[in-house]
Write a protein that binds this ligand. Structure first.
Ligand code: THU
Length: 139
């Protein structure tokens, strides 16, 4: 896993951000189990709640191409401070990742820190939590 490369791809993806409301551009790069990398940016909306974060844009691209196992996600932004995925994105990463999925959080200069999902979303809620309790939903 090449963390420098993933952060570079996230920084590149940030250039495509559609962020006229916050002015805060975010880019993400998702590496899947096949080794492929999918990028995304934040896509804002005048109805703010309809905004999609960069991480979820990238994940939707990967999943819609048939790639649903995420091994790493890099995030980059315009901030001086390192940017971490929001709570909703952590939940979405956990849907397609696992405890060891790497989350590489960087700032606008490309300085980064590496975490694992188990550290930034401990005790994640997962499908198995209710699928096993509701036999009717087991497939
Ligand atoms: N944003 C992301 O794209 N990813 C995150 O993890 C944090 C927030 C975006 C959403 C919105 O367009 C802007 O940053 C300000 O919240």
């Amino acid at each position: 896993m090449d963390f420098d490369y993933l952060v570079r791809k996230a920084m590149e993806a940030k250039e495509k951000a559609y962020a006229p409301y916050s002015g805060f551009r975010v880019g993400a790069a998702v590496q899947t189990a096949s080794g492929r990398v999918y990028t995304g940016c934040n896509v804002e909306n005048s109805s703010f709640g309809a905004t999609i974060c960069a991480e979820r844009t990238a994940i939707a691209k990967a999943v819609s191409e048939g790639e649903s196992k995420i091994v790493a996600v890099a995030v980059s932004s315009d901030g001086e401070n390192i940017t971490y995925p929001c709570g909703i994105c952590r939940q979405v990463i956990s849907e397609f990742g696992n405890d060891e999925t790497k989350v590489i959080c960087s700032n606008k200069n490309g300085q980064y820190k590496i975490y694992e999902m188990k550290d930034i979303l401990p005790h994640a809620f997962a499908g198995e939590d209710f699928m096993t309790k509701n036999k009717g939903m087991n497939t």
